[in-house]
Write a protein that binds this ligand. Structure first.
Ligand SMILES: [Zn+2]
Length: 117
């Protein structure tokens, strides 16, 4: 029933060498911004680029859909003239997940960064 098109097919287009390792960071990054304000796919791609992550629409959109299916994000269609785009916001469950992740990130940061100094 659900379409998974685009997930694996576009994988080769991504230039990020450590994509598998970073995918969780990217999800959390999206969740973080979506918890502060509505986010759009293309705006999120630019924001991620600013942080050094290169992700194609063919990878980001399935990720957004996945987060929505798991109840972390909620989308709303915005109509602008004839075009339509979706904005995403974090749900209460998404914000809760983000708070839990923040603790894990703190742990990881401590071990990976602070202890290494
Ligand atoms: Zn950011």
């Amino acid at each position: 029933m659900s379409k998974t098109k685009g997930d694996n097919e576009t994988r080769g287009n991504d230039s990020s060498a450590y994509r598998d390792l970073y995918s969780g960071f990217i999800r959390l990054h999206v969740l973080h911004h979506a918890s502060e304000e509505p986010v759009f796919g293309l705006g999120m791609i630019e924001e991620l680029q600013r942080h050094g992550y290169r992700i194609s629409p063919g990878s980001l959109y399935p990720m957004l859909h996945g987060l929505e299916e798991r109840g972390y994000l909620r989308s709303k269609a915005i109509h602008e003239g004839r075009s339509r785009r979706k904005e995403y916001r974090a749900t209460a469950a998404g914000k809760k997940a983000l708070r839990a992740a923040r603790q894990q990130i703190r742990e990881l940061f401590h071990e990976l960064v602070e202890e290494a100094d």
